[in-house]
Design a protein around this ligand. Sequence first.
Ligand SMILES: C[S@@+](CC[C@H](N)C(=O)[O-])C[C@H]1O[C@@H](n2cnc3c(N)ncnc32)[C@H](O)[C@@H]1O
Length: 304
Amino acid sequence: MAIKLRQTNRPQPWLADPAPAANMVPPKDRGPVVNQDQAVTTQSYAIGIREQIIRANSHLHKDTVDLLAEMYRADALQGTKSRRPVPLNKLPRILIEQGATMNWLMRSHSVKRSLEVGFAYGFSTIWMLDALRPRRNALHVAIDPYELSLWHGIGLTQVERLASGVRFEWIENFSIHALSDLIRRNEKFDFIFIDGNHKFDDVIVDFYLSNQLLLPGGLVAFDDMWMNSVRSATNFIVNNLACEIVPQPVENMLVLRKTGYDTRDWRHFNTFEVLGSSDFAEQEPAASKPSGITRLHRVFGKSS
Ligand SMILES: C[S@@+](CC[C@H](N)C(=O)[O-])C[C@H]1O[C@@H](n2cnc3c(N)ncnc32)[C@H](O)[C@@H]1O
């Protein structure tokens, strides 16, 4: 089985569920939206971003809306390691519709403990922390070895500014070490977002380790489904592991539900489709991330 990016023929349960349906409409039905990667110069653009966030998810806390609106329209942000705001590379952040969808999935699954690989400026972190707000004793863990060196602690500053009251832990380490340590501590999570290094083997390893931390019924989300490495890795996972695809409207993301523990025979192996060539420039980017491939490569190119 190969994962197709177009999901328009799939059942769309968010339209049938009265609670989230009010704010979770598929992107095509939302009318024109402001391009989040445009240069930010005018007040009307700022209002556009705020409205876009509220339209995408009306359950957000007001402080979260304020902070996210500021983050998405900012050209520079202050970090723990910077005296002045640092110019942002806008490519690594998740888009509003993706953050809104993750937030809705976490809320509708009553997630209490979430984890993400890839912290950077903290866009996904803020969306995820907001979803944990209503839960008692909730925890969010973010793993990133480069938070201070590459991202100036900007993500840490945004988490401080949100002051969500949710317990937050940042692990300054490569995902292989951080996830292995969490496994040793017998930690469990019910939502994991994989958005770290995007090479095929890194995605497989991040998933393999994350899957040990995930409770059955828990969800794992993969970013950047436009990349052949991520699509090939997820093709392997979907064809071989105990999981099912969770329908949701964001093409650039895949969400899987863990359906059980791994009980496969030691000889088990299902073939899977491998996409594309190893030449990064030949990959066909999806509409949501059309540019900056070289910069993206530089950011993700560091190996653990
Ligand atoms: C696309 S960015 C994450 C963006 C973030 N999720 C957001 O929405 O703002 C990818 C991140 O993965 C981190 N990263 C790269 N290799 C990693 C590794 N081996 N383990 C953990 N994080 C890694 C990078 O430092 C970078 O911050």
